[in-house]
Write a protein that binds this ligand. Structure first.
Ligand code: CMC
Length: 431
């Protein structure tokens, strides 16, 4: 029997029935599409805390249990047993590739790693001290001015080419943003290298000497990319979908996603975590900092803690903490003062009634900054790396949206609180 719920309008005594839809796993949803036409009411849900805006078969999160699945596969398995290209294929196409498909996909992506040469000149228009995310927003948006042959969103082939281009070119753009900021020459991609290795080569290599990729660091980089590849309908992904719902081209939509990711409540949190740890400065000052976080008047948050969906340990944070130990071990960093503060901060917060009662646990950003800093990335690059990896999720969700026959232009309504209609008063008659 199909499920439904009944809404009773107590003012009129009228009952309205709404269908309940079930996904493959997870909570059911009430289908309110006919709510306004049937009842004259809209829903009010700022921040979309109770609203499912689309159907999706890509990522599943159980926030209470701390479970994250991509196309049914646990993030822990993917991080441990897979590589980023394989995960990208899975997220984009729905299944893990076989050997032949993986080889072909690697090749297809590497064919698109170079940027149109004219784009290089774009960079000189930015100030040297421009934030890499500012550069990424501009350059990725500008790709639509260069790749006219992949802008027709009605053509599945063009959509796939645009998707490959974005996944392939993002590391090149991110590395160029870094090189520009430090005044070093851009490094061309080397297509004989795997994705993460190539990114490290473009970021830390220089043309005057050979660059040897450290396999432990390349593996860590690849794993960090996997952990950030997709995360359901978060703010930036929803932005990409909303932008795409108007028929905007994929490069413009991903630029919109990058802009949203930049905020400190979202992808900017890893940068904010490191700033916070530096500000705390010493383990002895943690209690004083925790006191400020708990005082609402201070407006201070424990960055890297808390999540809209996870009310348990973020499974990505666990993998990240392990990767952190591996990278610091490889680099011979025995006593990292920021890591010491982070570990102690986590220990205290996990026992503190404030954090326990609000179910605030470390999220993916809590340890990622420490790893990236140890690898040599400046803090300003952290969110750019997140954007690079999340491009896979954004573009997969964008494709899924375009192919969804139920897709409509995104157009929320509002609870209007301004003045009702009033007569216009000419300027010379106004008080
Ligand atoms: N430190 C202190 N208190 C917090 C924190 C925190 N990090 N996060 C939430 N709270 C409190 C908040 O003050 C509120 O308390 P009360 O109920 O007394 O008003 C309660 O917990 C619920 O918070 P909320 O802001 O209503 O929750 P939300 O779901 O809107 O926010 C969040 C989620 C991630 C924006 C928030 O937890 C936060 O700002 N965290 C710090 C920033 C961060 O680490 N962001 C990265 C998220 S994971 C990666 C990504 O998505 O990009």
């Amino acid at each position: 029997m199909s499920k439904s719920v009944t809404l009773t309008d107590k003012a009129t005594g009228k009952d309205y029935n709404f269908p309940v839809l079930s996904g493959s796993v997870g909570p059911d949803v009430i289908d309110v599409r006919k709510l306004y036409t049937d009842t004259g009411f809209f829903t009010y849900d700022p921040g979309y805390t109770s609203t499912g805006a689309c159907k999706s078969a890509i990522t599943y999160i159980d926030g209470d249990q701390g479970i994250l699945l991509h196309r049914g596969y646990a993030i822990e398995d993917l991080a441990e047993k897979s590589d980023f290209m394989e995960v990208a294929y899975l997220i984009l196409k729905g299944e893990l590739p076989n050997g032949e498909q993986k080889k072909q996909f690697d090749r297809d992506i590497t064919l698109h790693t170079m940027l149109h040469e004219q784009i290089n000149r774009f960079f000189s228009g930015f100030r040297r001290d421009a934030h890499p995310m500012a550069v990424m927003c501009g350059v990725v948006g500008a790709l639509s001015a260069f790749y006219h042959d992949s802008l027709d969103i009605a053509d599945p082939h063009q959509r796939m080419i645009a998707s490959y281009r974005l996944i392939a070119k993002m590391p090149t753009i991110a590395a160029m943003a870094y090189k520009y900021s430090i005044g070093q020459p851009f490094m061309y991609p080397q297509n004989n290298l795997p994705y993460a290795d190539n990114f490290l080569q473009m970021t830390f290599g220089v043309p005057c000497e050979p660059y040897k990729v450290n396999p432990v660091l390349a593996k860590a980089m690849d794993r960090i990319f996997i952990l950030h590849a997709d995360h359901e309908q978060n703010a930036s992904t929803s932005t990409v979908r909303l932008s795409g719902s108007s028929g905007a081209n994929p490069f413009a939509c991903i630029a919109a996603g990058i802009a949203t990711l930049w905020g400190p409540a979202h992808g900017g949190a890893n940068e904010a975590v490191l700033k916070m740890l530096a500000e705390i400065g010493h383990k002895d000052r943690i209690p004083e900092f925790i006191k400020r976080v708990k005082d609402k008047n201070e407006g201070v948050r424990l960055m890297g803690f808390g999540h809209r969906v996870y009310k348990n340990y973020d499974p990505r944070a666990k993998v990240m903490a392990k990767t952190c130990q591996e990278v610091l071990g490889e680099l011979g960093i025995k006593n990292d003062p920021l890591l010491d503060i982070a570990v102690e901060l986590e220990r205290i917060a996990l026992q503190d009634e404030y954090f326990v009662s609000k179910k605030l646990y470390p999220n993916v950003d809590f340890y990622s900054g420490i790893i990236l800093k140890a690898m040599g990335f400046p803090t300003a690059m952290f969110t750019a790396l997140f954007a690079l990896a999340r491009t896979v999720g954004w573009i997969a969700q964008w494709n899924e949206m375009i192919e969804d026959p139920e897709q409509k232009i995104g157009r929320p309504r509002q609870l209007y609180t301004g003045p009702a209609h009033r007569p216009f008063v000419p300027l010379d008659k106004r008080a």
